[in-house]
Ligand binder design. Structure first.
Ligand SMILES: C[S@@+](CC[C@H](N)C(=O)[O-])C[C@H]1O[C@@H](n2cnc3c(N)ncnc32)[C@H](O)[C@@H]1O
Length: 291
């Protein structure tokens, strides 16, 4: 962490006072990174290839939910695109990674998740006080008007008109089926329907995000009918259609969260050689700004 410069000053009484020298701090409007001490932020990534050898398991995180993202993504994105106390809005809350890391980094979070049983179990990861002041979890369909008005009500209680960061980690179409509910993005009849529902959710996010602030989309592609289906790039196009500009397309190495090992890995290698395709080793972390 960067340190602020303290200077000693004499008060009228003659006592020595320690005051912050403001000229030693320069930040952007959306981050607490002190640009005057930019050399102190070696841990903050500025390149487009992210490799994390393993998933962070400390700090309240666990790997029990198939399909959660690794907490290091939240750490990187929050530090670059939020300030202390800012509100992160996550419209696919899942097992609550965004909320846990918001608490760890003194940010706040509103999370929306479709599955009520999951909302119930995830709520237990937070203290009753945190659930009032720091992390608000809503059970709703993120594409709906109902979700939007519930989020607005929570923002109101938290003293803000808008969220300061939007996190979107949707199902990667039908790769992992999260539920049988018709509103579930992993349960769409076609990939086109998935894109349309994603766009609806992203539109709610766009409307609720403060102007000038950022959105982060975590997504991977899939193979179907012997071809590569670029879910990431089509979702990016939908984000752009809504008015977001693309700031970064980051390739994140999946080694830290892949499960296929041993025999399964060999099977995929055989299939790749036989079918003329390549095995996914990456997913995308895309960064957008509402201008
Ligand atoms: C890829 S997971 C997100 C995991 C989360 N980022 C984490 O780290 O645990 C996608 C989540 O979106 C939820 N979901 C799917 N459709 C939804 C919808 N229409 N509204 C809200 N949540 C939805 C699923 O139930 C699932 O938990």
């Amino acid at each position: 962490m960067a340190k602020t410069n303290l200077k000693e000053k004499k008060a009228a009484s003659g006592a020595k006072l320690k005051v912050v020298d403001d000229s030693a701090i320069k930040t952007t409007s959306y981050s607490d990174i002190n640009l005057k001490q930019w050399r102190n932020y070696e841990h903050v990534k500025t390149d487009t290839l992210w490799e994390f050898p393993s998933r962070l398991k400390e700090g309240g995180h666990s790997n029990e939910y198939h399909g959660n993202y690794i907490p290091q993504i939240a750490q990187q994105i929050y530090e670059r695109f939020t300030k202390k106390n800012d509100i992160v809005l996550d419209l696919f809350f899942g097992s609550g990674t965004s909320g846990i890391e918001a608490v760890n980094m003194q940010r706040r979070c509103i999370g929306v998740e479709l599955k009520d049983e999951l909302v119930e179990s995830v709520s237990q990861k937070f203290t009753p006080k945190q659930l009032v002041t720091d992390v608000n979890i809503i059970c709703a369909d993120s594409a709906s008007e109902d979700a939007k008005s519930k989020i607005q009500a929570r923002l109101d209680v938290m003293g803000k008109k808008n969220a300061q960061l939007l996190m979107l980690h949707p199902p990667y179409d039908d790769i992992i089926k999260f539920s049988d509910r018709k509103e579930d993005l992993s349960n769409c009849a076609t990939t086109e329907e998935f894109y349309n529902l994603f766009e609806k959710v992203a539109k709610n996010g766009y409307d609720l995000l403060e102007k000038g602030r950022f959105a982060c989309l975590i997504i991977g592609d899939k193979y179907a009918n012997s071809q590569h289906i670029p879910l990431g790039f089509e979702c990016m196009a939908r984000m752009n259609k809504l008015g977001f500009i693309t700031k970064a397309i980051i390739i994140k190495d999946m080694q830290g969260n892949e499960r296929a090992k041993g025999k399964t890995a060999n099977l995929w290698r055989y299939r790749a050689l036989a079918g003329g395709f390549y095995i996914f080793k990456h997913e995308y972390v895309m960064v957008f700004q509402k201008v």
